[in-house]
Design a protein around this ligand. Structure first.
Ligand SMILES: [Zn+2]
Length: 271
């Protein structure tokens, strides 16, 4: 994963600054809304840090330097005027707004790519029918490979690594909130309000499931399973067989909760 400066470390002076560059470093005030303040270093959680900025710094750079990836930002105001992240930070204040929800992905419905640490979330989102790519440790899980694949397949990168979200080649990304998978899933569903299709995908590989008869899958089942269950499906990609088993009640609860989160976010838009 990313190396280098931890996002919570104090910002280092930003370039480009050449030796002998006499650009004066004025300071600029960055106003951060409450829902993004958890990203600020602890000593700056009052939400309006003063940041040294030189004439060559961009607004986007200044905002990133306080710990806020631009994927989390809705609009940027420089002295009250909306500006793109590439605008020079020549002003007295930058006001940041949080990215509006639901967020539109590069495709509709959105497809996702999860970093190596979010395997449990990947399984959860697949259970709900989302198109989720996830690679366990290996070359496909390296930062460069993830960024390239996200761009190639127009997937939204989901991660908790802010350094990864600073890659300019990403089509889009989102910093996943929460440490428990329930909270992480709720955050993603609230953020994107994607259409759900529970029980249609293989949680192991993300392939689509097709109905299968007990005879079709008999060779892959223990005799007890064959006798107890009637409804089977099989992954069209990896061949794994699924049936409604002992965890069905808990999973139904998970699905029902996910549907409520998405419905609530959609209602918030239509109001
Ligand atoms: Zn599969």
């Amino acid at each position: 994963m990313s190396t280098g400066q931890h996002p919570l470390d104090p910002p280092v002076p930003r370039g480009p600054e050449r030796p002998g560059d006499a650009t004066p470093r004025a300071s600029i005030r960055v106003a951060v809304p409450p829902d993004l303040r958890f990203l600020l270093p602890t000593r700056r959680r009052n939400g309006t840090p003063d940041i040294p900025a030189s004439a060559t710094d961009t607004v986007g750079h200044v905002v990133e330097s306080v710990g806020i990836p631009l994927t989390e930002v809705g609009t940027l105001l420089l002295d009250g005027r909306v500006v793109p992240p590439s605008a020079r930070a020549l002003g007295r204040s930058i006001a940041v707004t949080a990215r509006p929800r639901p967020q539109r992905g590069p495709t509709d419905p959105p497809r996702f790519l999860l970093d190596v640490h979010l395997g449990t979330l990947a399984r959860r989102l697949r259970l709900l029918g989302l198109d989720v790519a996830w690679y366990p440790d290996g070359p496909d899980s390296a930062d460069d490979a993830l960024a390239a694949r996200a761009a190639e397949e127009r997937r939204v990168l989901l991660t908790q690594d802010r350094g990864l979200l600073r890659r300019r080649s990403l089509p889009d990304g989102a910093l996943v909130r929460g440490t428990r998978v329930d909270d992480q899933a709720a955050d993603v569903l609230d953020r994107f309000a994607p259409p759900l299709a529970p029980w249609t995908r293989c949680v192991a590989c993300g392939g689509t499931l097709a109905e299968a008869s007990a005879d079709d899958v008999a060779a892959q089942l223990e005799p007890g399973t064959r006798r107890t269950y009637a409804d089977f499906s099989r992954c069209t990609a990896c061949g794994r067989v699924y049936w409604r088993g002992a965890h069905a009640a808990r999973l139904e609860h998970v699905v029902a909760h996910a549907e409520r989160v998405v419905a609530a976010r959609r209602r918030s838009v239509s109001r």
